[in-house]
Write a protein that binds this ligand. Structure first.
Ligand code: NAD
Ligand code: UD1
Length: 336
């Protein structure tokens, strides 16, 4: 058993990872400033896990707070989720993104070093591969950025790699997520996007609940099976398990790794709409509109390195993803 600090642990992926880590027998401490999390997440995590939740409310850039957390808790490793994540917004507010995502990581690493804690799992993204025709994407594909958000992830990865290369006591797990979707099987936690989501699955969910009238499909003239964009959607509970495996590998081997977390299989936009329609029990309305600027036709993971290095394999299907999302959002509507 280890004691793990989760920065951003009240957010979408962090809260699901919290539950998997507790199930796997770890003690977990959350640090989150709740700028993008609901206040009742800790209470919900307590209901699901049956254990009290330890939360520090504050900013990951606050070195004094970090020093206090490391002094009060015997932390063995860190999973670092806390970040800003909207690609479009990062173009409008690059300094906020660099300050939170790069500044936050550097402050955290300095506090870890001072506390003699040198194991970290880092939330990265398939966005570090840029726009590429090589599909599925292997981890040794060159990194390139097309947005300030992507820049922050490449910079974070590079900082971690440099430090690990210089000091073998550091063990770093870089996890490049593809498209995380779905919700916890309890339907008590899930993704809580703003009023008009940018991403496909939360948008479809709001059409399914009646909050938005219809889905806009961004282009049907791509070179794919039905002309719509293909993505590698991964269930957030599978993704959460990837963090447990990454952390365990760091603890057991002391070796760093950088791996894709995806299924290796893509789905088109129309396939996702069909699967969600089946999950919610009615045909969801959509229009075909122009392509969204900056979108690529296909984005899928080569999954074998994650399997070989940390034993990760995504198990849940697109239907599982849609059903769990629908259970979560329909439950929210019923309780509001
Ligand atoms: P999220 O916004 O739900 O979670 C992030 C959490 O961090 C939130 O609870 C927020 O309140 C907290 N936070 C933000 N800034 C903070 C700060 N300065 N100090 C302390 N806490 C802070 O996002 P998520 O979808 O769970 O993403 C988690 C991580 O995964 C992020 O690093 C994100 O960039 C990365 N990621 C997400 C996706 C995705 O599609 N969701 C894809 C690839 C990578
Ligand atoms: C986006 C992010 C990426 C992040 C990923 C995971 C951008 C440019 N990229 O990628 O960094 O890692 O989310 O969440 O924002 N679509 C529609 N209609 C919609 C919304 C989307 O047809 O209303 C289509 C898109 O054209 C795409 C697919 O659905 O083909 C998925 O889109 P989206 O969910 O936004 O994810 P990505 O663009 O892959």
């Amino acid at each position: 058993m280890s004691r793990i600090l989760l920065t951003g642990g009240a957010g979408y992926i962090g809260s699901h990872t919290y539950l998997r880590l507790v199930e796997a027998g770890h003690q977990v401490v959350i640090l989150d400033n709740f700028m993008n999390a609901r206040d009742d997440v800790p209470e919900r995590l307590e209901r699901i896990s049956g254990h009290p939740v330890t939360v520090y409310r504050g900013d990951v850039r606050d070195r004094v707070l970090l020093d206090r957390v490391f002094a009060e808790q015997a932390i063995d490793g860190v999973v670092h989720f806390a970040a800003l994540k909207a690609v479009g917004e990062s173009v409008q507010k690059p300094l906020d993104y660099i300050h939170t995502n790069v500044g936050g990581l550097l402050t955290l690493m300095a506090a870890m070093e001072a506390a003699d804690v040198r194991r970290i799992v880092f939330s990265s993204s398939a966005t570090v591969y840029g726009d590429t025709d090589i599909q599925p994407i292997p981890e040794d594909h060159p990194r390139t950025y097309a947005s300030p958000y992507a820049y922050t992830k490449i910079t974070g990865e590079t900082a971690l790699e440099q430090v690990a290369a210089a000091d073998s006591r550091w063990a770093v797990g870089i996890l490049r997520y593809f498209n995380p979707v779905g919700a916890h099987r309890s339907a008590l936690i899930g993704e809580d996007p703003g009023d008009i989501p940018n991403n496909l699955m939360p948008y479809i969910a709001k059409v399914a609940t009646g909050e938005l009238p219809k889905i806009s499909v961004f282009g049907d003239d791509y070179d794919t099976s039905d002309g719509t964009g293909v993505r590698d959607y991964i269930h957030v509970e599978d993704l959460a398990q990837g963090h447990v495996l990454s952390l365990n590998a760091l603890i057991e081997t002391g070796q760093s790794h950088a791996v894709n977390l995806g299924t290796g299989t893509g789905s088109t936009v129309l396939e996702v709409i069909r699967a969600y329609s089946a999950a919610c029990g009615r045909d969801l309305p959509y229009d075909i509109v122009d392509r969204r600027p900056g979108d690529v036709a296909v984005l899928t993971a080569r999954p074998d390195k994650a399997r070989d290095l940390i034993g990760f394999e995504a198990r849940r299907t697109l239907d599982d993803m849609c059903r769990s999302s629908w259970a979560w959002v329909s439950g929210q509507i019923a309780n509001s």
